[in-house]
Design a protein. Structure first.
Ligand code: CA
Ligand code: CA
Ligand code: CA
Ligand code: CA
Length: 340
């Protein structure tokens, strides 16, 4: 039920509930080239990267159970075979695809909103619970340890916020709270700092957007993107960007324009849009990268192996991929791949 609220909040400006649910980039066949997975209502499609900006025709994997439920996909490395693994969640049913091995488990209650990998740990947010599994080298999971939050766990992100070289965890709670919790690794995610965004938060992400050596925090939720820059002893006031994000969970973080500062790419009502990392403001003004197709899902990675991050989006119906190959300095060459 909560996921419908999330969809409603993030899909105010465009029709939602398309056939196309999630897009992910990862090297699933361990050939060093990142592949693309498109999760649709009834199946998911793997597009193997053949190199030189070419992709194989899609290979379909059927997901018969829960087929009309909305889905989320997460790319992580669960075992240690040098292959990226895929976790697909649909209607509370979680399926992990580890190469040839398929594992599934059911979580009650509710929908998984976020999955995250930390060294030796798999984290999963669902309901008001943040669940920690210890992971073994073969990807087997330990008995979980749960930590409960006063509100629903909506998104997770990891970065080093306190600068001790160890990954910390940001937990966005919604829709009741306006705060993100930062949990610090030093105390086993015990010590908690709360960062107030002054408004409800949806997807939280973090990077050093202004390049001052301190990791900053961003929240995406229709109709704004909010940035809080970290300073020596606390946080600057939120900077608010009107953004009309279509789906806050579909975003990508990477240095797209090659200036050394991380940039944020999101789907807005204007198309695939970019906020460039900016020394003085944290993020620059919204710039439309691709107004073309009605993008509904988005992922990124260096798809052509030239060292610059590229983007890929899928249309609302899940019948076309649009690749945006990075030509440098914020320019992109688009290439479409249509399929039945
Ligand atoms: Ca590959
Ligand atoms: Ca910073
Ligand atoms: Ca940049
Ligand atoms: Ca590239």
């Amino acid at each position: 039920m909560r996921r419908w609220i999330l969809l409603w909040l993030t899909c105010l400006s465009l029709p939602c509930w398309g056939d196309n649910e999630a897009l992910a980039v990862g090297d699933f066949d361990a050939d060093g080239k990142p592949d693309v997975v498109l999760v649709r209502k009834e199946d998911f499609l793997l597009f193997r990267n053949l190199g030189q900006r070419k992709f194989a025709p899609p290979q379909a994997f059927d997901q018969a159970e829960n087929r009309y439920q909305s889905a989320q996909a997460f790319v992580i490395r669960l075992d240690e075979d040098n292959r990226d693994d895929l976790i697909v969640e649909r209607g509370g049913q979680v399926t992990a695809w580890l190469g040839a091995v398929r594992r599934s488990w059911t979580l009650k209650p509710g929908f998984v909103t976020s999955v995250l990998r930390l060294p030796g740990k798999l984290l999963m947010g669902f309901g008001q619970t943040l669940r920690f599994y210890e992971t073994a080298r073969d990807g087997q999971l330990s008995r979980p340890v749960d930590r409960n939050f006063p509100a629903e766990v909506w998104s997770l992100h990891t970065a080093d916020w306190d600068g001790d070289g160890k990954p910390d965890l940001a937990v966005a709670q919604a829709p009741k709270t306006k705060e993100a919790s930062l949990l610090f690794a030093r105390d086993g995610y015990g010590r908690e700092t709360r960062v107030d965004f002054g408004s409800h938060i949806g997807q939280v992400t973090g990077a050093d957007f202004n390049g001052d050596g301190l990791t900053d925090l961003v929240s995406l939720l229709h109709p704004t993107v909010r940035v809080r820059l970290q300073k020596k002893n606390g946080w600057n006031r939120p900077i608010v960007y009107p953004a009309d994000t279509v789906r806050a969970d579909q975003h990508y973080l990477g240095d797209l324009n090659g200036d050394g500062l991380p940039d944020l790419v999101a789907i807005t009502v204007y198309g695939v849009s970019m906020f460039a990392g900016d020394k003085s403001h944290g993020l620059g003004a919204l710039r439309i990268v691709d107004p073309g197709q009605r993008a509904y899902t988005l992922a990124g990675g260096d798809l052509d192996g030239d060292g610059r991050p590229d983007l890929v989006s899928a249309d609302y119906n899940g019948l076309r991929l649009r690749f945006l190959f990075n030509q440098g300095k914020g320019n992109f060459a688009s290439q479409d791949l249509d399929f039945p």
